[in-house]
Design a binder for this molecule. Structure first.
Ligand code: PNS
Length: 161
């Protein structure tokens, strides 16, 4: 059985993430969405909130599981018998950082491969940070995130006021 990890902060999940998770679920037998517990940039959403929103949006895909993780990604992958890490590449600007992470992970554990999926063209510009910024500035975020995520972001923004 081929198990892959889709790692990220998911603060919060966007249509860009959902696209990569769905496509990974069609390639691999089992996909574990690994949600980083300790995000360096202070997250808007707790680990429970981030995993809960992922469950609401991709939890119905039969071969997808959602789990929080802390520590090294390669250790989380090995613990789950996953030998593939799936990352989405949006643009050339993503490449250098992703390349650095892939090489570091391969040095740490050379039995785990990183596979890149190019993002769908409609999600090229999308990131959780951009969505939060648009929401903060009063813009319409409904094209970027599912309804449940949209509502959570607006509630968070209202609490900040
Ligand atoms: O959604 P993000 O914030 O771009 O995801 C980054 C993530 C979670 C993939 C990355 O921060 C990560 O793998 N963190 C785990 C720590 C680790 O293994 N570091 C060494 C590899 S560079």
């Amino acid at each position: 059985m081929r198990t892959a990890i889709c790692p990220g902060s998911f603060d919060p999940v966007t249509y860009g993430h959902i696209d990569i998770i769905k496509r990974a679920s069609r390639i691999f037998d089992r996909v574990i969405v690994g949600v980083l517990v300790n995000v360096q940039k202070k997250p808007w959403f707790t680990i429970e909130e981030r995993t809960d929103l992922l469950r609401k949006t991709v939890g119905d895909i039969p071969n997808v599981e959602i789990e929080g993780f802390d520590g090294l990604l390669v250790d989380f992958a090995a613990k789950n018998n996953a030998n593939v890490i799936v990352k989405g590449l949006r643009a050339v600007s993503d490449f250098e950082y992703e390349f650095q992470m892939a090489l570091t992970n391969s040095k740490l554990n050379n039995t785990i491969e990183t596979v890149f999926l190019t993002t769908s063209s409609e999600n090229m510009y999308l990131s959780s940070s951009i969505v939060k910024q648009v929401g903060l500035l009063g813009g319409d975020i409904s094209p970027f995130v599912p309804e449940c995520v949209h509502d959570e972001i607006l509630m968070r923004i209202n609490k900040m006021k």
